[in-house]
Ligand binder design. Structure first.
Ligand SMILES: Nc1nc2c(c(=O)[nH]1)N[C@H]1C(S)=C(S)[C@@H](COP(=O)(O)OP(=O)(O)OC[C@H]3O[C@@H](n4cnc5c(=O)[nH]c(N)nc54)[C@H](O)[C@@H]3O)O[C@H]1N2
Ligand SMILES: Nc1nc2c(c(=O)[nH]1)N[C@H]1C(S)=C(S)[C@@H](COP(=O)(O)OP(=O)(O)OC[C@H]3O[C@@H](n4cnc5c(=O)[nH]c(N)nc54)[C@H](O)[C@@H]3O)O[C@H]1N2
Ligand code: SF4
Ligand SMILES: [Mo]
Length: 694
């Protein structure tokens, strides 16, 4: 429940105590795997700093209040702002843990829907928005995201993703290390492209450094080679091969080499290898949260489609989940540009605006946004120019949070509504079964009953929705009432039964490890949601972005030979975005907050390993200790995000010895991906100097 791998866990309890947490051997997907974060659920469960009852802020102090009072206060605050300034004056930000909470998915969105503001934001636009835009443009649905069928692949190519630490993303691949071993045992290979020699690169057969933000040239060159050498063998439902050939004609391996540092020879070899079949190419954070994120995701989809690896065993495939979000229309197909942000005019996608505009919409004499509701989110730590955003949030008329922690953002809240923890609630993974390497289904009933004075996320959402409606003098429709009153368990049961797979909550409860529904199956063209059930390789919304890349090539080429430093992020297996830093289990050992820099770059600046340095971007500067490491390529420095818990009042991060800094104090909201508006979090130009007074 903490990451996308959705491992089945076996928790032994004695009364209210947890005795042990282990991987569940009978889980047909995770096969007994567990990582340190899974074990740390115990620390989360017992953490005294985790809120169990609602709190209201009085100055700098938090006062516990009852649930009725808290819901009323939250509704009064949000409704009051809407009465005074209109519906759009309240913004909602939905954070990452929403996708890991069943109740948040079944009920949570009723609150922003009821608020009816166009200012809805989420962690999607600091993460995977380019994937959704490309899936929508090529396959007709934002959630038609193919995943590498690693269990049958011959070749896996990973670009800007580090599953040894992250356990996979938009790719539910629990126990990646074992699956990689099996790939190797079959004689298969793993190739990694990353500006850092990551934990995944270290176990790969090949690792190539790539200069941050230049992957699009490499990926387009791969497509170029396949088409130029006559290696294309697309399926019959694929259109636009000739148009694609023209579009990528100038993206030769030589052009890519000059800007990215990846040898033309390597690109040619890799293209031929991918074209040989049984190959899956997957790109994640590193190629999503960068300047050309949409072009990167598009090039990867084109590469898979033209080489015939799309929808084939061993290639990239679509799932057949028991609860089919796409097939049953439970998630909309997506749409783009129905509204735009007021200040910069960035387009919405699927009803959300890019979070990079959040702070600017709070600016000025008559700001568009006057109140903020965060649901399982921490935008001050997770989105660009966090410090600046923090200042804006502090001056809002109303701030409400549904969150179990006083984090860098919720410390500004007027009231916090904390939901139950992951071991106190029922769980069925609606999202990640849709992205898994094997079709399975699992229902996990709550391990502990929720305490009398605690509330589930779904109950909070239900009560807040009803309280908001009451203030407007509205009554919920019968359908709305039914939907709000049905527990998540009932919703899942209904969805399972109506899918006619023979599954139900009762049936799944008999097999706690989960039910195996078999390997991934070819699903195209039936599963496509494009009007003509065909795949267009050249959707204009995407290919229009090529002009910008072309115009940036000279600058990228110059930068490649300059001494400019580019900042990239980093995830550690025992970090979890901006939270879980209260767990001693996860934080003990060597500190992990430092800036990594290549020894040559340190020497060139006269900096000593371990010294305190100032890192300055266009937005801000931070002081942090530097660690020499040839893991990062020359010209690249790396900081993890989610650190810097020393802001006043924050009750997260007490287990980390050195608070570190928030990487997002350096990232720049002005730098967004051109098509989607997704934040650019990698490849940030920075200057590193000795810290004054150090
Ligand atoms: N520079 C940089 N920035 C990044 C990234 C990066 O790689 N580099 N990664 C980005 C990515 S991929 C993501 S997803 C975002 C994450 O960004 P966010 O979603 O904004 O932040 P999280 O750190 O996940 O914070 C989640 C909050 O949810 C709360 N929470 C946990 N469980 C629950 C629950 O069950 N219910 C409720 N209501 N609350 C809960 C936690 O207490 C915590 O306060 O960060 C992004 N920011
Ligand atoms: N332990 C742990 N697991 C997690 C999380 C966590 O915080 N901790 N977060 C979860 C979440 S919300 C998500 S979204 C996933 C993310 O899952 P991943 O995408 O696998 O995670 P990252 O470690 O951010 O991997 C991004 C990689 O891109 C590289 N990179 C940076 N810039 C570039 C570039 O320009 N080009 C290329 N080719 N590579 C680049 C980085 O060096 C890094 O290795 O992880 C999930 N799992
Ligand atoms: S890999 Fe992810 S799902 Fe599995 S135990 Fe770790 S945090 Fe949980
Ligand atoms: Mo994420």
């Amino acid at each position: 429940m903490l990451c996308e791998a959705m491992c089945g866990l076996e928790v032994q309890v004695r009364g209210p105590e947890i005795v042990s947490i282990r991987g569940h051997r009978d889980d047909p997907l995770s096969r007994g795997h567990i990582c340190p974060k899974g074990v740390a659920l115990q620390d989360l469960h017992t953490d005294p700093d985790r809120l169990r009852r609602p709190v209201r802020r009085e100055g700098d102090a938090w006062v516990e209040i009852g649930w009725d009072e808290a819901i009323d206060l939250a509704a009064d605050l949000l409704h009051g702002v809407q009465e005074r300034h209109g519906r759009d004056a309240v913004a909602t930000y939905l954070g990452n843990p929403n996708v890991h909470s069943l109740g948040a998915l079944t009920h949570g969105t009723s609150v922003p829907r009821t608020l009816g503001s166009r200012h809805v934001f989420s962690a999607t636009s600091v993460d995977q928005l380019p994937h959704h835009v490309v899936a929508w443009a090529m396959y007709g649905h934002q959630f038609l995201l193919p995943v590498p069928d690693i269990d049958r692949s011959r070749l896996v190519v990973l670009v800007g993703t580090n599953p040894m630490a992250s356990n996979g993303s938009l790719w539910t691949v629990p126990d990646f290390p074992a699956r990689l071993r099996e790939l190797h045992d079959r004689g298969g290979r793993l190739v990694v492209l990353d500006p850092r020699r990551t934990e995944t690169a270290a176990v790969a057969d090949e690792h190539h450094f790539v200069r941050p933000g230049t992957d699009a040239t490499v990926l387009l060159a791969l497509v170029h080679v396949v088409l130029a050498e006559g290696l294309a063998r697309p399926a019959a439902y694929v259109d636009g091969l000739d148009a694609l050939r023209l579009l990528v004609a100038d993206f030769t391996p030589e052009v890519a080499e000059r800007v990215s540092g990846v040898a033309a020879q390597t690109i040619r070899g890799l293209a031929r290898d991918v074209a040989g079949g049984g190959a899956a190419v997957h790109g994640r954070m590193g190629v999503s949260t960068q300047e050309f994120g949409v072009l990167c995701q598009w090039a990867i989809q084109c590469l898979m489609a033209v080489t015939g690896n799309l929808d084939q065993p061993g290639g990239t495939m679509f799932t057949t989940p028991a609860i089919d979000l796409v097939g049953r229309g439970l998630v909309g197909r997506g749409h783009r540009g129905r509204t735009t942000s007021a200040v910069r005019g960035l387009p919405e996608f699927a009803g959300e605006l890019p979070v990079s505009v959040l702070a600017e919409e709070m600016d000025g004499e008559a700001p568009a946004i006057r109140a903020l509701l965060t649901i399982a989110g921490n935008p001050v730590s997770s989105t660009p120019a966090g410090s600046r955003l923090s200042g804006r949030i502090a001056s809002l008329e109303a701030v409400v949070a549904i969150d179990p922690y006083v984090n860098e953002t919720t410390r500004h809240a007027h009231v916090i509504l904390p939901p139950t923890g992951p071991l106190e609630r029922d769980h069925y993974d609606l999202i990640f079964h849709t992205l898994a390497v094997r079709n399975t289904a699992r229902f996990s009933p709550a391990l502990f009953e929720r305490p009398e004075d605690a509330r589930h996320h779904w109950e909070i959402a239900r009560d807040l929705t009803l309280a908001l409606l009451r203030r407007r003098g509205c009554r919920p429709s019968v359908r709305q009432r039914l939907r709000l009153m049905a527990s998540p368990r009932m919703s899942v049961d209904l969805l399972l039964r109506s899918a006619r797979t023979g599954l139900s909550v009762r049936r799944l409860s008999r097999t706690p490890g989960g039910v195996d529904l078999g390997p991934l199956q070819p699903r195209l063209p039936e599963r496509l949601r494009t009007p003509d059930r065909r795949v267009s390789l050249t959707p204009e919304v995407v290919t229009d972005g090529l002009a910008l890349l072309r115009s940036r090539l000279p600058a990228l080429r110059r930068a490649a030979s300059s001494d400019e430093l580019l900042l990239i992020g980093r995830r550690h297996q025992r970090d979890n975005n901006s939270w879980m830093h209260n767990s001693t289990r996860l934080t003990r050992g060597r500190p992990r907050h430092q800036l990594l820099m290549h020894p040559d770059d340190l020497a060139a600046r006269g900096l000593a390993d371990g010294s305190l340095v100032t890192v300055t971007s266009d937005v801000s500067s931070v002081r942090v200790d530097v660690r020499a490491s040839d893991e990062v390529m020359r010209g690249v420095v790396s900081l993890p995000h989610g650190y810097g818990h020393d802001r006043p009042g924050v009750r997260m991060g007490h287990a980390v010895e050195v608070p570190g800094v928030s990487m997002n104090d350096l990232t720049d909201p002005a730098r967004v991906e051109g098509v989607s508006g997704n934040a650019v979090l990698n490849g940030i130009p920075v200057v590193v100097t000795p810290a004054a007074g150090a």
